[in-house]
Ligand binder design. Structure first.
Ligand SMILES: [Zn+2]
Length: 56
């Protein structure tokens, strides 16, 4: 299981995404930033997110 914590990308947010694959996790993160942060996931943000993904 892979997890991604929004706060690890430098944002003041408690959201944590969990998924089996990095691709699914990034999909969740894309929806999260859109809904909660009102932003579109840019390639730069995606790269940042990939770096803070953890394996559990
Ligand atoms: Zn967030």
């Amino acid at each position: 299981m892979k997890t991604l914590a929004c706060k690890d990308t430098g944002s003041q947010c408690d959201w944590v995404g969990r998924a089996e694959t990095e691709q699914d996790l990034l999909k969740q993160a894309t929806q999260h930033v859109k809904q909660v942060h009102k932003m579109d996931m840019t390639p730069e943000m995606e790269q940042k997110a990939r770096k803070v993904i953890r394996d559990e």
